[in-house]
Design a protein around this ligand. Structure first.
Ligand code: DQA
Length: 147
């Protein structure tokens, strides 16, 4: 298969603890499981996938900036920064690459402060509450957008 391009899968704060962290909310899959899934789904669709996780806002911003060069799509679960970070939103706005926002949990069924995302207005689509499968759906959506 010819290469469909390069994708960046970006996971934000506390997502390194997936599998250990509040499994009743976030499930038992680990970050490694999520990243392996993304690599596999990307491969099925002809993408080369880079996965980055950071607990630091600036690292996430740097990764988004780097996506200006040669990246064809971003999947982002910004964790709690979703609800607080104007800087991450500005970074996504600054990069002309389609981005899909993912949340494992259904943030709308949780605390009020999780109902609002600063990122949603500047991404192409939002997938919430589908658990780990949300990452698969996001990659499939990026592939669909290319057609
Ligand atoms: C989350 C939802 C956020 O509200 C929370 O801060 C997270 C994870 C999710 O994947 O459901 O860290 O992004």
């Amino acid at each position: 298969m010819t290469s469909a391009g390069n994708l960046l899968v970006l996971n934000g704060p506390n997502l390194n603890l997936l599998g250990l962290r509040e499994p009743a909310i976030y499930g038992t899959a680990t970050l490694d499981d999520v990243e392996q899934l993304c690599l596999r789904v990307g491969d099925e669709l002809g993408y080369s996938v880079e996965c980055i996780q950071s607990n630091h806002e600036g690292d996430l911003i740097d990764a988004i900036h780097a996506a200006r060069e040669g990246c064809d799509g971003i999947v982002i679960n910004a964790g709690a920064y979703t609800h607080t970070s104007v800087a991450l939103r500005d970074a996504l706005s600054a990069v002309p690459v389609p981005a899909i926002e993912v949340h494992l949990s259904n943030v709308h069924a949780r605390e009020e402060f999780r109902h609002h995302s600063l990122l949603s207005p500047v991404v192409s689509a939002v997938i919430v509450g589908a658990g780990v499968n949300g990452y698969r759906l996001a990659i499939e959506q990026l592939a669909w957008l290319r057609k």
